[in-house]
Design a protein around this ligand. Sequence first.
Ligand code: IMP
Length: 194
Amino acid sequence: MKLVFATHNDHKLQEVRAILGDLVDVVSLKDLQDFDEIEENGLTLEENASIKARTVFARHGLPCFADDTGLEVKALDGAPGVYSARYAGPGHDAKANMAKLLKEMEGIEDRRARFRTVVSLVIDGKEYLFDGEVAGEIMLTPAGVEGFGYDPVFRPEGCTESFAEMSAEKKNGMSHRGRAIQTLARHLSQLPRK
Ligand code: IMP
């Protein structure tokens, strides 16, 4: 079955393909040559994931899923949360977002945080939501070059390295998106084969 992943992010696409394997044929919006903006104006991760998946389903009429992720920092009352991508401004600049986060966290001892991902799957006219999260903390300085986004400043609980210092395989095994996509995979594997 062909399943559209509503993303232009190659890192995410690789992560998701590695988890879903041969279960489905995952194609991205780039594969569909769809570069139209989708306005993510929801107030929650659930709303944004749903807006993306429903918009893509309406455009292409293919089963599809979308994800939305937020980094929730305890000492910042859950910020940047649903605004993680635009934390330092509309440019979606990962370095600027990390710099702003480290500035906001200056002098704060409680560095607990979590990544949370919500996945919306739209298939056969029905929508299903799945989520996944990983607890950890915000590091004092960035470390590592793998991954994307806030990976260099997030160290998952029980680990000595940041997400950006890990192999993709190790990150996938414990990450927010990895967990949400595993749940999606279980759901897909139970669908009747077409
Ligand atoms: P989105 O909802 O996937 O667009 O992600 C929102 C924000 O979180 C963006 O700034 C992403 O770069 C960041 N983000 C999403 N997933 C990850 C991840 O796995 N590691 C680090 N940052 C991420």
